[in-house]
Ligand binder design. Sequence first.
Ligand SMILES: CC(C)(COP(=O)(O)OP(=O)(O)OC[C@H]1O[C@@H](n2cnc3c(N)ncnc32)[C@H](O)[C@@H]1OP(=O)(O)O)[C@@H](O)C(=O)NCCC(=O)NCCS
Length: 172
Amino acid sequence: MVQVRPITENDIGGFHAALDSVARESSFLRSDAAPPIDAVASFVRQNIESQNPQLVAISEQDGVVGWCDIVRASGRHESHVGELGMGVVAEWRGRGIGKQLLVDTIAAADACNVLRIELSVHSDNHKAIALYRRFGFVDEGRKLRARMRNSGAVDIFLMARLRPEQFWPGNT
Ligand SMILES: CC(C)(COP(=O)(O)OP(=O)(O)OC[C@H]1O[C@@H](n2cnc3c(N)ncnc32)[C@H](O)[C@@H]1OP(=O)(O)O)[C@@H](O)C(=O)NCCC(=O)NCCS
């Protein structure tokens, strides 16, 4: 049984371990390891304090097995924008956890008036790209050879999901 719920301070260690295990696959994320635990703890505390949606998937036996966060920009002119990051620990993929994390995290972002959710994804991460498209993310651009992995350079897709027109200011 896996439960998807907002992160708490008690999940920091589990989130760090899950992030580290996905980063160490060296295929999907920005780096090959999680940042130090102190940096991850500040990230989580900042999200809780700022009410940025950050949800975790918790398994009874393995603890944190996935996460999804949408971090809002801080400036007044960009506070309607949030950047999405997510991952599911390898052994737990393909069971609907990624989908559930996206459903609940996007609902939380909608509830706090994030109008634009943006993300970047490696161009060969077909599974994630298909999942994002299914949730209404559209392609916005491509950064050529923007990440260097052991196997060589890879492009990055830029994607975004915009709320429907009626939610934007000036459209009441
Ligand atoms: C992308 C990721 C979060 C998806 O999580 P997940 O729990 O495996 O996803 P789900 O089980 O909810 O599956 C979602 C959809 O992906 C697709 N999918 C699942 N397994 C797949 C596979 N092996 N190949 C291609 N598509 C697949 C299916 O369309 C599925 O929807 P469906 O079950 O209705 O058909 C997960 O694969 C992951 O953590 N990848 C590594 C980290 C990563 O890429 N993070 C995003 C960086 S931008």
